[in-house]
Ligand binder design. Structure first.
Ligand code: MGP
Length: 233
């Protein structure tokens, strides 16, 4: 099971204060000190004026995103590719993202064969999805256990709308395999070379990745087990 908590608590907790908090709402060491010097700020009571509603407001993302997971044990038995793939959680705020991120296994901890996806809500991570069907993917390859940082930076770039051609983005996937981990960025219109090249170049910069990366059309992958790169950056 990839998610350790199905209902993760928001990082901006709205929980009532504990008894300990209530018995000591202002635990300032100087609060009862009579020897207050001129100019010294005794700010204890002012803390009650901090607008807690502002600090607890969740930060909405431009898009909602869904995490998907494909179970490797189910995969080996399945007749149809993707039949064991399932959506795990949809999130729409920064706080929900971090809560989920902190409660899911990162690529280095996933079982060999696992596929973990983060796609825009309502786009299924499949060639068959109408939004993906004319698309393609950029892929970066890492040795085993080395893709965690790339995966996080990629997720942050997606949800933070870092790409100039953000409308072109469908989502990202990390494939955990025996000897390597592959992180791919799926896009919508593979034929739009300028947009794909821009995304590939921006992604490499964001990752500080210096090797050449390739872009594959899904249409090619449907017909060829080893499709050729159509673009490289
Ligand atoms: P892959 O997972 O994209 O390639 O496709 P990879 O990662 O090089 O291969 P792996 O063995 O390391 O997983 C592998 C195979 O899965 C393809 O040749 C297809 O048979 C199937 N497949 C992959 N995807 C993404 C799809 C898809 O979206 N739809 C369908 N129908 N099959 C897919």
């Amino acid at each position: 099971m990839v998610v350790e908590s199905e209902n993760p608590k928001s990082s901006t907790s709205t929980a009532a204060p504990t008894q300990e908090d209530q018995s000591n709402p202002n635990p300032s060491p100087n609060a009862d000190d009579d020897d207050i010097e001129e100019g010294e700020i005794v700010g204890g009571d002012d803390s009650s004026k901090i607008p807690t509603a502002v600090t607890q407001q969740p930060h909405p993302l431009e898009h909602s995103w869904t995490f998907w997971f494909d179970n490797p044990s189910g995969k080996s038995k399945q007749a149809t590719w993707g039949s064991s793939m399932r959506s795990i959680y949809t999130f729409a705020t920064v706080e929900e993202f971090w809560s989920l991120y902190n409660n899911t296994h990162h690529p280095s901890k996933l079982a060999v064969g696992a596929d973990f996806y983060c796609f825009k809500h309502k786009i299924e991570p499949k060639w068959e999805d109408p939004v993906c069907s004319n698309g393609g993917k950029w892929t970066v390859i890492f040795s085993k256990g080395k893709s965690d940082t790339c995966w996080l930076y990629t997720l942050l770039a997606l949800i933070g709308e870092q790409f100039e051609h953000g409308d072109e983005i469908c989502g990202a996937v990390v494939n955990v395999r025996g000897r390597q981990e592959k992180v791919s960025l799926w896009t919508k219109n593979a034929a739009n070379e300028a947009a794909q090249v821009s995304i590939g170049e921006q992604w490499k910069k964001l990752l500080d990745y210096n090797e050449t990366i390739g872009f594959i059309f899904h249409e090619d992958a449907k017909h060829d087990k080893a499709p050729k790169n159509r673009y490289t950056v």
